[in-house]
Design a protein around this ligand. Structure first.
Ligand SMILES: [Zn+2]
Length: 280
């Protein structure tokens, strides 16, 4: 899109002007960008491969003139089968090992439900219907959340994660819902609980002290950041085919981890296992 508005100075910027700001001003202002429609916007620097600097927004508000110009906007609707599935109260198993070492559950092209019990050799049924546990990959879930997060927030899906059972509406949280009060409540009462946090990336940077680890930022200073631990940063870049961190601006991330707060009250979550993060 042609321009974006920075909410720090309320100025309209064209992408090539924005690119000329000095490094620290740019790093700060890029986390406070909006489209004219009010949708969260991102800035991507010109890439080494020759793509010009640009702005984008995800998603635009309905009726925004810029929405049609962008090929990367979130679109699509859930199929009736998917809707029925999310309303079914079934149990869902996160297929966290997909794309890492252990891919025995799901083949590359197969995102369908897999019936655990029939695989194990004894098919059980209730009212004539198979009681199946379903497997979903993180990337599939992230795409569903991007299309319509309400299906997770309103459904009774139970999600198994590391031997614990979560209700989907509790496990998945958009960045915007991680208020200070919400995080304090978790830290005080359920410090070992995990959350699968997701949303649009504003920018990403290597840690200033430990350049092996990567900070994925999601907006202004009061929003959550995700730390990709040095143990997994190389496999992270490889797995999601990220050539430079700039590629992450405007993409969506889903990361599972314990929520933490720094001394400066910055909320963050650490990814220590490559299976616990997805980028689309
Ligand atoms: Zn817009």
């Amino acid at each position: 899109m042609d321009f974006a508005i920075c909410t720090i100075d309320n100025k309209k910027y064209k992408a090539h002007e924005f690119q000329k700001l000095d490094a620290s001003e740019l790093a700060n202002k890029r986390r406070f960008l909006q489209c004219q429609c009010g949708g969260s916007a991102f800035f991507r620097k010109a890439s080494a491969s020759g793509q010009a600097a640009c702005f984008g927004a995800r998603p635009h508000k309905e009726g925004c003139d810029f929405a049609a110009q962008e090929s990367e906007t979130v679109n699509g609707t859930l199929s009736e089968d998917e809707k029925e599935y999310f309303n079914s109260g079934k149990e869902l198993i996160l297929d966290l090992n997909f794309g890492t070492q252990n891919t025995k559950h799901v083949s590359d092209t197969d995102e369908n439900d897999i019936d655990d019990k029939s695989k194990a050799g004894h098919h059980s049924s209730k009212n004539g219907k198979a009681t199946a546990k379903s497997h979903r990959r993180l990337s599939t879930i992230l795409r569903t959340l991007m299309i319509d997060e309400n299906y997770f927030n309103n459904s009774n899906l139970k999600i198994e994660l590391e031997g614990y059972s979560y209700l989907s509406k509790n496990l998945f949280k958009n960045f915007n819902k991680l208020t200070n009060e919400y995080v304090d409540d978790i830290l005080n009462n359920r410090p070992n609980t995990r959350r699968a946090i997701w949303g649009m990336v504003s920018d990403a940077q290597y840690d200033k002290k430990n350049i092996e680890s990567i900070w994925i930022n999601t907006g202004g200073n009061n929003t959550v950041s995700i730390l990709i631990d040095e143990k997994v940063s190389n496999s992270f870049m490889e797995r999601f085919k990220i050539r430079e961190l700039e590629d992450l601006s405007g993409r969506y991330v889903l990361a599972i981890g314990k929520l933490k707060k720094s001394k400066n009250n910055k909320i963050f979550s650490v990814v220590e296992n490559i299976s616990y993060v997805s980028i689309v």
